[in-house]
Design a protein around this ligand. Structure first.
Ligand code: KG4
Ligand code: ZN
Length: 334
């Protein structure tokens, strides 16, 4: 069966999400309960708080996803869930909810890798063209991944320290902006100018790896030194300068990897793919090339369960199901 109906569940971080996806292509519903407000006053995600909120919300979120899709549990063909990576206590809530639904309705359980979810969000827009390249940029990941064929992932570059989103969030904190900092810096950057010279970590000339911790330190030092000299730096200009460094290296390495590996399609995935500066720089970079650039809409870039349903389609076709001993795996490899 190619047009299977999957209930997908995602609870790896601070969004409690459930979606119903048909045939890995059609989103029948996509419900996300964000916990951002609860974590905001702590300046970041508090794992224990995340688990509790997931526990409180998961049943309602699943019910709402089923209602919005207008289907019954009997019409489902499988239940998919994020197995990892993520916060273990958060993952466990989704995994156990998925098991409960699957057991009660005698359905197969499909384990999904969170990053393959971010990547496969693209198939909800149009079919893949292989070989393809995906730039995954989120709060926990910065990776360039080559897709030679369906579900075949090869990591060709990754961050050696902070993830891109993590750098955004840390710099935002330094600028005393609320969590999550990415969208805040993005907004400020649009009003600022790249007046400050911040480093860009190119690393070895043939490397597709990234590094953002030096940039983060440079921001902190620049602000500190200015303060000592009694000078003020406009936060808008700092945001624009920081964003320039991040966007330039992400765009250049993606472009280079795409041409070196002769890919037909480039897919941008993860929360930082919501960044306006990155979106427009990538559009410019690929505007005069034959390579198809796919940047999902914001709702499919940040954590959601529709992307998990999309990735579960690949698992479904391979009949890659899990047993009742499925566990949340915080450091799951792709
Ligand atoms: O994929 P995601 O929702 O969760 C993870 O799996 O990590 O990504 C969240 C990250 C956060 O670091 C957030 O600051 C960043 O994505 N982010 C952004 C933007 N929107 C979200 N970063 C830069 N610009 C944005 N517009
Ligand atoms: Zn994510």
């Amino acid at each position: 069966k190619e047009n299977e109906i999957i209930l997908a569940i995602e609870t790896s971080c601070d969004e409690t999400a459930a979606a119903v996806v048909q045939g890995g292509q059609e989103v029948l519903s996509n419900v996300v309960a964000s916990q951002i407000e609860s974590h905001q006053r702590f300046g970041g995600v508090v794992p224990e708080l995340a688990s509790r909120h997931h526990t409180e919300n998961i049943t309602f979120v699943i019910e709402e996803a089923m209602e919005k899709a207008n289907i019954t549990f009997e019409q489902l063909d499988a239940v998919a869930v994020t197995e990892g990576p993520g916060l273990v206590g958060a993952l466990l809530v989704g995994v156990n909810a998925a098991k409960a639904v699957a057991y009660a309705h005698q359905l197969p359980l499909l384990p999904v890798h969170h990053i393959s979810g971010h990547i496969q969000a693209a198939r909800l827009l149009r079919p893949w063209r292989y070989p393809a390249l995906s730039l995954v940029v989120s709060g926990g990941h910065t990776e360039l991944i080559l897709l030679k064929d369906e579900g075949e992932y090869e990591v060709i570059g990754q961050t050696r320290d902070d993830a891109a989103g993590e750098a955004y969030d840390k710099v935002a904190r330094t600028l005393e902006l609320p969590y999550p900092g990415g969208p805040q810096i993005d907004r400020l950057a649009e009003k600022g100018n790249k007046t400050l010279d911040l480093p860009i970590a190119w690393l070895e000339s043939d490397s597709f790896d990234f590094s953002f911790s030096g940039l983060k330190s440079a921001v902190i030092n620049t602000l500190h030194n200015a303060k000592q000299r009694g000078e003020t730096i406009r936060p808008e200009d700092m945001a624009a300068s920081f964003q320039h460094s991040v966007v330039t290296v992400l765009t250049e390495k993606t472009k280079r990897a795409a041409s070196q590996h002769h890919v037909q399609q480039v897919v941008v995935a993860g929360g930082v793919a919501a960044n306006n500066g990155l979106r427009s720089a990538l559009r410019d970079a690929f505007s005069d090339s034959d390579i198809e650039l796919t940047i999902p809409p914001l709702s499919l870039c940040t954590d959601n369960a529709a992307m998990i349903g999309a990735a579960a389609h690949v698992q479904w076709k391979k009949q890659h199901t899990a047993n009742w001993d499925l566990n949340g795996v915080p450091g799951l490899a792709l």
